[in-house]
Design a protein around this ligand. Structure first.
Ligand SMILES: Cc1cc2nc3c(=O)[nH]c(=O)nc-3n(C[C@H](O)[C@H](O)[C@H](O)COP(=O)(O)OP(=O)(O)OC[C@H]3O[C@@H](n4cnc5c(N)ncnc54)[C@H](O)[C@@H]3O)c2cc1C
Length: 502
């Protein structure tokens, strides 16, 4: 695996959990000190949980309760009420984190596996592949010495300028945005905060994003205007002036100030034989939905168990083709939604901004529209349209992400995924010892959701209580008695049938 940014580090942890021998090659010597990504969602927390690291990474996160879109007058014209939203995945819908702390926790996760090795200060310089595997030439950054490594597969988690993508001859398709942005991270004590809400500042004169973050940090992002230079914008005077509406600049300590431009690009292929691209190496999107990193984490959650199945003899090579089939449409939908939000957010004419603010306020007097905005219903759902699903395509609950409520096991309350393990799982009120005995798929966990008064299933079936009735409601709504869940917690099928891809 090449690259140990957040996506690479998560990927290696997931491969470790699935028992795959993994070498992680990273050019840098220490985790990234640059807090670039700032937010993650409930799906991301679920994926960290799959890697067995949710408590470790969530410990320092901050979950905001509200996101406001404010116009030039600083009055909100739209609000996302995060504290009113529960997408059912076992976590709040939005979290802010500190990237260096996150990366450190992920790297510490490697200590759990003797079969995961991290080699820092080492970079990929060449890659070739044949029918049986890949050969990579690595360069020790300090000594310049070259070594050759042979592996079954190569995963490119090496970021936006991916060397592995270049070596595989894969092009990026898309556009880059012309407008540069100033991104500032600062330490701000609570008493110095003037605006505690997370705000998209849709001011036609200078759009921006401002929010408190994890561990007493604050994030400010402001679009540059024509003619403004990097030196001028990153100067303490400019940052103090721009931040003053939101915090007391005298008590703020800036830890990072950079100017960057963002991109909306996707690799034309995510697989080339035994080479796969994940994270920024495969796709980059504008940050208005905070989904850049989250999309990379989803890539890792999708590909790693498939790779493990193929390596461990439970699946054929064709299973690996479903990685791009499943992930590309969702990523493109996220990117498109992010671009659309940007269009609303980045209006640069006074009259157009006034019209937007008024139109959005008016249209939200319709309760359905207000709910659509307030409850973040414009965020694309975690759903697979086609791929490794019973029947091949989405149908009913097949292809949706299964909810993650609390369950009880032997009287203790636990999140469902912690009971399901890392592989396939058959879950539902109809799961029985017979289900386990006749299951023909890869190794799985069998979980029966107890109905009041039901007698024990026996055998290897785990019995769980449904204290909040959420599982019962889900099974009733979907009119099924069990589901087959894939290791990434998408619904594969609704009966115990299983068909391997040939
Ligand atoms: C200002 C900004 C704000 C953002 N905000 C958000 C946000 O709020 N939410 C969100 O989800 N995303 C956000 N993103 C996007 C997010 O930062 C990226 O999607 C994420 O960092 C990508 O992670 P990655 O692991 O794929 O790549 P990277 O973080 O770029 O990691 C790639 C790693 O590969 C290593 N590497 C590269 N080449 C080689 C080589 N040849 N050999 C060995 N190692 C190599 C690098 O040293 C690096 O460690 C933001 C991005 C920016 C720029």
């Amino acid at each position: 695996m090449i690259g140990c940014g957040p996506v690479g580090a998560l990927t290696a942890n997931l491969l470790g959990r699935h028992g795959v021998r993994t070498l992680v090659v990273e050019r840098g010597t220490a985790p990234h000190r640059q807090p670039r990504a700032f937010s993650c969602d409930d799906e991301a927390l679920r994926i960290y949980q799959l890697a067995g690291l949710r408590d470790e990474v969530a410990a320092d996160m901050y979950a905001p309760t509200i996101v406001e879109y404010v116009g030039a007058s600083a009055r909100p014209f739209a609000t996302i009420a995060l504290d009113e939203i529960d997408f059912g995945l076992g976590a709040e819908p939005l979290h802010f984190f500190d990237q260096p702390i996150l990366e450190e926790a992920l790297r510490k996760g490697f200590d759990r596996f003797s079969h995961v090795e991290l080699r820092t200060a080492t970079e990929l310089v060449e890659l070739t592949q044949d029918a049986d595997g890949v050969t990579v030439v690595l360069r020790d950054v300090d000594s310049g010495r070259h070594t050759t490594v042979r592996a079954g597969y190569a995963l490119g988690c090496d970021g936006a300028r991916s060397a592995i993508r270049v070596e595989a001859g894969i092009k990026l398709v898309g556009t880059s945005y012309a407008e540069p942005w100033l991104a500032v991270t600062a330490d701000v004590p609570p008493e110095a905060v003037r605006v505690p809400e997370t705000q998209f500042v849709c001011d036609w004169r200078r759009p921006g994003f401002v929010s408190p973050g994890a561990i007493g940090t604050h994030r400010f992002e402001f679009m540059l205007q024509d003619g403004e230079s990097v030196d001028e914008m990153t100067s303490p005077e400019t940052i103090d002036r721009l931040a003053a509406r939101f915090v007391d600049p005298a008590r703020m300590r800036v830890t990072r100030a950079v100017v960057y431009t963002f991109h909306h690009v996707v690799a034309e292929r995510w697989r080339d034989g035994r080479v796969f691209l994940l994270g920024d190496a495969a796709h980059q999107m504008p940050p208005f939905l905070g989904q850049g990193l989250c999309s990379g984490l989803r890539d890792a959650a999708n590909l790693t168990w498939k790779l493990a199945m193929v390596i461990q003899g439970h699946g054929s090579d064709a299973l690996l083709d479903t990685y791009e089939t499943e992930r590309r449409p969702h990523t493109e939908e996220m990117a498109t939604t992010s671009v659309r939000l940007g269009r609303v957010f980045l209006v640069r004419k006074r009259w157009a901004a006034a019209l937007r603010d008024a139109a959005l306020r008016t249209i939200q007097t319709i309760p359905r529209v207000r709910r659509f905005v307030r409850h973040f219903e414009f965020k694309p759902l975690p759903t697979l349209r086609a791929g490794f699903l019973a029947g091949g395509v989405r149908k009913g609950p097949v292809g949706v992400m299964f909810p993650q409520p609390f369950v009880t096991v032997d009287g203790s309350r636990r999140l469902l995924d912690d009971v399901l393990g890392t592989g396939f799982a058959l879950v539902g009120p109809d799961v029985s010892a017979q289900t386990a005995a006749t299951w023909s798929g890869p190794p799985a966990t069998f979980v029966r959701v107890l109905k009041p008064g039901a007698s024990p299933a026996g055998g290897e079936v785990v019995e769980v209580g449904d204290p909040d009735g959420l599982l019962k409601a889900w099974f009733d709504r979907n009119r099924v008695g069990m589901v087959v869940l894939r290791p990434d917690r998408f619904v594969y099928g609704t009966d115990p049938g299983y068909t391997a891809i040939e």
